[in-house]
Design a protein around this ligand. Structure first.
Ligand SMILES: Cc1cn([C@H]2C[C@H](O)[C@@H](COP(=O)(O)OP(=O)(O)OP(=O)(O)O)O2)c(=O)[nH]c1=O
Length: 209
């Protein structure tokens, strides 16, 4: 059997997306990758006092990937944190939190950090941190009220989702748009390919997104 035939005969390793975020699943699918399972891991996401936003995103992604119990699959995890300077903004769960985030972000630059982490079937754990600078326009009261009423901020780091109505607030973005949404696709595909996951073969099997 030729080497390529032998490789094609091998079963494709399983890929698990350890995330509850539907955006991450959609972003993976957008580049032709469909995980075999979506199995979020439940970790304590609270920050260590004094922890900076970037290191926090990186640490949580690593913890999410390592907490998954399947040691025979590729396990991919991510975490997105919005930071203003050294300050970490919450993942908004209440209107009050979302309002406070928008007040802080209005008319200024902030950074969105997405950590991605991959554990391979041989137990190797690799992580990458992707940083994006975003500038939002100065938000008027009606804009804030309209946005709060939309509910789109719920469960999102920094109280906004760039892929929805808040996209109209963005003056500029330097870095990775998909990183802001929750999974930087360029870095994710590179990480998977670099660690031996057969991205191109898997892509052939993926449905047309
Ligand atoms: C800034 C920003 C964040 N987000 C989302 C991405 C993430 O889902 C969320 C940040 O929370 P995360 O803790 O990174 O992810 P999650 O709780 O949704 O899922 P899991 O922990 O299981 O992986 O904010 C957007 O969708 N758009 C944006 O513009």
């Amino acid at each position: 059997m030729r080497e390529t035939d032998a490789r094609m005969a091998e079963p494709r390793p399983r890929l698990i997306l350890a995330s509850a975020s539907p955006r991450r699943l959609d972003l993976l699918a957008s580049v032709g990758l469909v995980p075999d399972a979506v199995e979020p891991t439940d970790i304590d996401e609270s920050e260590i006092p004094g922890e900076l936003p970037g290191p926090l995103a990186q640490r949580l992604a690593l913890e999410k990937a390592s907490a998954h119990g399947d040691t025979e699959a590729y396990v991919l995890a991510a975490d997105t944190v919005v930071g203003v300077g050294r300050r970490v903004l919450p993942k908004a769960e209440t209107e009050a939190q979302a309002r406070a985030c928008l007040a802080l972000l209005s008319g200024r630059n902030h950074r969105v950090y997405t950590g991605i982490a991959l554990r391979t079937p041989d137990g190797e754990l690799t992580a990458k941190l992707v940083e994006t600078r975003v500038k939002l326009k100065r938000l008027s009261r009606p804009e804030v009220e309209h946005y709060i009423a939309s509910g789109e901020w719920r469960g999102k780091a920094g109280g906004y989702g760039i892929q929805g109505r808040a996209g109209a607030f963005v003056i500029s973005l330097i870095g990775s748009y998909t990183g802001v949404v929750g999974l930087p696709v360029y870095e994710t595909v590179n990480l998977l390919a670099g660690r031996g996951y057969p991205v191109f073969e898997a892509r052939n099997e993926a449905k047309n997104p």
